[in-house]
Design a protein around this ligand. Structure first.
Ligand code: SAM
Length: 359
């Protein structure tokens, strides 16, 4: 594979190309990586590469000519020209795998305010390494080069990247090395058992567990399909956090749905917390109402509601809430029940008679 990097700052790559795995891939001639200074292609007598933006505004914009000419001189029939831009497709491991199958990549790095819009016309792809803005495309081009090169045959042990995070939409399993115990933390027994079947099973389970806890969005997707024939919407069942949709938005671009599943963990947490807080408030109001009456006939309503809420939190909300918030919600319910019981004193028989359960 060959990678050409078009940049205004080739010196930034000195450490990157002369260290560790990238250096060894270059030495083994598995990959050939060249940096080209865009300035070398400028036809301007002062080697100017940028100018002020038409229409005014701050910053300098990279001009077409040097980049068009640099790409033209490097490009072959098998080349893929990729522009580094925060407006591109978000880079991920799948893209890295696809790029590792290419023969020649030309990575174009912008700098300053950006580049002339017409430069997009000579690029086959635009990539962003994340939703933030860097001063230039140099770091993104290193990120892409690094992640692609380590996937090339012979660069690292194949086994090491087969289990890497994001391969098969899973995060990697936990790993340990010597010593067996460190500051009271022990290596799981199964890893010392020598039983490879058991070790593989444990690793697979841990990888699934970890992914569903930290990145459920990798495992489960939500899908709503509108049929092009009938215009009808259909819903595909995927794992996620269910919530009741509010179908009262008065906007023409909003559709009403019967069921909603959220796969984004942060959003699930916010909604689950809101729901649980509301239900705890309702329990508190119910308790106050029941306590206002002299009779103990409706007491079971409060105790049953507390039980129902506890099991709802444990069974339905626990995953979305996270351990810390789940425990604090359960504590609040226990506190309400304790408060309630302290106002009422029953005999055991009375409780069983009213609720059918012993408390
Ligand atoms: C300061 S940025 C220009 C950002 C531009 N004004 C915009 O908002 O799209 C300068 C250059 O850094 C590179 N760059 C910055 N952030 C990037 C990102 N997240 N992914 C890829 N390239 C990025 C691009 O090559 C970009 O042209």
């Amino acid at each position: 594979m060959k990678i050409d990097i078009l940049t205004l700052f080739p010196e930034m790559y000195n450490g990157f190309l002369n260290t560790s795995i990238i250096k060894s891939a270059l030495n083994k001639k598995i990959v050939d990586i060249k940096t080209t200074n865009i300035r070398d292609y400028s036809l301007d007598k002062h080697k100017k590469v940028d100018d002020t933006p038409y229409g005014g505004g701050s910053g300098m914009v990279l001009m077409c000519q040097p980049i068009f000419d640099a790409v033209k001189s490097l490009k072959k029939t098998n080349s893929k020209v990729i522009l580094m831009t925060p407006q591109g497709i978000k880079y991920n491991q799948k893209i890295a795998y696809n790029l590792s199958k290419e023969e020649h990549l030309i990575l174009v790095c912008g700098h300053y305010e950006g580049f002339d819009e017409r430069i997009r016309s000579i690029c086959d792809m635009e990539l962003s390494i994340g939703d933030y803005v860097l001063t230039g495309g140099e770091l993104p081009s290193m990120v892409i080069t690094d992640s692609v090169v380590r996937l090339l045959d012979g660069v690292i042990d194949e086994g090491s990247h087969l289990n890497d995070s994001f391969n098969n939409d899973r995060l990697d399993y936990p790993t340990y090395t010597k010593p067996r115990e460190y500051e009271g933390m022990k290596v799981p027994d199964v890893l010392l058992s020598g039983d490879h079947k058991k070790i593989d099973d444990w690793r697979r389970e841990e990888s699934e567990k970890r992914t569903s806890e930290r990145r459920p969005d990798l495992m489960y997707k939500y899908l709503l399909i509108r049929s092009t024939m009938s215009g009808k919407l259909s819903y595909s069942e995927f794992k996620g956090y269910s919530t009741n949709p509010k179908n009262n938005a008065k906007r023409t671009d909003v559709i009403s749905v019967k069921r909603l599943k959220i796969t984004e963990p942060a959003l699930s947490k916010i909604i689950a917390k809101k729901n649980v807080d509301k239900k705890i408030q309702q329990l508190l109001v119910l308790m106050m109402k029941v306590l206002e009456t002299e009779s103990t006939d409706d007491d079971f309503l409060v105790l049953d509601e507390a039980d129902r809420l506890r099991s709802l939190i444990m069974n339905e909300y626990a995953k979305a809430l996270g351990i810390e918030y789940r425990n604090s919600a359960l504590k609040k319910i226990d506190y309400i029940v304790k408060m309630f019981n302290s106002k009422r004193v029953y005999s055991k028989e009375e409780i069983i008679e009213k609720t059918g359960k012993s408390r």
